[in-house]
Design a protein around this ligand. Structure first.
Ligand code: PLP
Length: 382
């Protein structure tokens, strides 16, 4: 198997895998909320150690680090939490047209709430955010509580958003700034002391940790959204995320973060080299190959492309050993045909339908890229 879908998910790092096996054997089964007895305290200590690791590595001592069941849930906690807090005074949420569905669809559904209006910020055909549009919206009425939610690095396109400029605009116009950092944290360290992000979301399974764990960092400065809980039924995670915590995933997720901090530079180089090798091979062997937008070093390891007159779905069925995606994995979950991302770029419908995304990481060796590329070329010609 040739695994080229690292934006979808990543395999467990071998050290995380060993760590998890040992932890299962250690049988730390107590409920971390029951810290008044010994079984609960063991679990509680593991969670708090994991939290301290995150606070230290993200320079987030003055922030809240929350564990959630996914980055999707973390994004919902911020967006619906902000809307819950301000809807009675009317509030606005500005989001980009190429957000992950956990942000895009949440914003679209919050638009139905009385008192909440959401505004989509368009992107140019090259995927770049229309910053002038964002500023003109921010300028309109800066007395209305406003949350800007723009992802750090896109999960379908090799695009890094200008988060430094966005946070400057947010500070200027008195807006909060949340960033979905799921793909950003894969590629860049997070320093929460810099006043760059108000809140930030990470997903453990994109950095070779277990699935089912999101990490939400919520600051307390001017960019940090003020929230009300939108889920109820428990006081866990500062009252913002009720429900018993997944001790195993949280401890292993913190381990994955520690390992990722050490390996990130090498991982980025590998992702970058693989993406270039793959793209160059296809370009040299397949006249009908086109990159949707050029490969970008800042958003390493993502190749978004199409092959003229090639139905992407049937191509993928012909080469099941090459794991490539048609866009984000959450598309597959709903059985949808097209991603909203190529649509936002203004690509013709026949291209939108046949976009492919290859994304690279530890799950594929550099020497296997040529074999995987060969299979794509061979089956595209059939
Ligand atoms: N945001 C981005 C940019 C992603 O790539 C993903 C996963 O595909 C998510 C959010 C959702 O993460 P999770 O699977 O942890 O819900």
């Amino acid at each position: 198997m040739y695994y080229l879908d690292h934006c979808g998910t990543t395999p467990l790092d071998p050290d995380v895998s060993h760590f998890m096996k040992d932890l299962i054997d250690a049988n730390i089964f107590g409920n971390p909320s029951a810290s008044h007895h010994e079984a609960g305290r063991h679990a509680f200590d593991m969670i708090e150690n994991a939290r301290e690791t995150c606070e230290r590595l993200f320079n987030a001592k003055n922030s809240q680090v929350l564990f959630t069941s996914s980055a999707t849930e973390a994004n919902n906690i911020i967006l619906a939490g902000f809307a819950s807090r301000y809807k009675n005074r009317t509030c606005r949420i500005l989001y980009s047209a190429i957000e992950h569905k956990s942000v895009l669809e949440t914003c679209q559904s919050l638009n139905e709430w009385a008192g909440v209006s959401t505004i989509e910020i368009p992107v140019f055909p090259n995927g770049r955010l229309d910053l002038d549009f964002l500023e003109s919206e921010l300028m309109k009425d800066n007395s209305v509580p406003t949350l800007v939610t723009i992802m750090h690095i896109n999960n379908e396109l090799p695009i890094r958003n200008p988060v430094e400029q966005i946070s400057t605009l947010c500070l200027k116009y008195n807006a909060f700034f949340h960033s979905d950092g799921v793909q950003g944290y894969v590629r860049e360290p997070l320093n929460f002391n810099e006043n760059l992000f108000g809140s930030y979301t990470i997903s453990s399974h994109k950095i070779y940790g277990p699935k089912g764990l999101g990490i939400l960092v919520l600051g307390s400065g001017p960019l940090s959204p003020r929230l009300l809980p939108y889920m109820h039924g428990g006081d866990q995670e500062f009252g913002l995320r009720p429900g018993t915590l997944n001790t195993l995933a949280i401890a292993a997720g913190a381990k994955a973060i520690e390992i990722h901090e050490k390996k990130r530079v090498d991982r980025i180089k590998h992702m970058h080299d693989c993406a270039h090798l793959f793209s160059n091979y296809l370009k040299n062997h397949l006249k009908s190959f086109h990159l949707t937008i050029p490969i970008d070093q800042q958003a390493a390891g993502i190749v978004n492309f199409y092959i003229e007159n090639q139905d992407s779905q049937s191509l993928l069925l012909k080469i099941p050993r090459v794991c490539i995606n048609r866009g984000a994995s959450c598309l597959g979950a709903g059985g949808e045909r097209y991603s909203h991302v190529p649509r936002a770029l203004g690509l013709p419908i026949e291209i939108q339908a046949n976009i492919l995304r290859a994304s690279f990481g530890d799950g594929i060796k550099l020497e296997d890229i040529e074999k995987a590329s060969q299979l794509v070329v061979e089956h595209s010609k059939k």
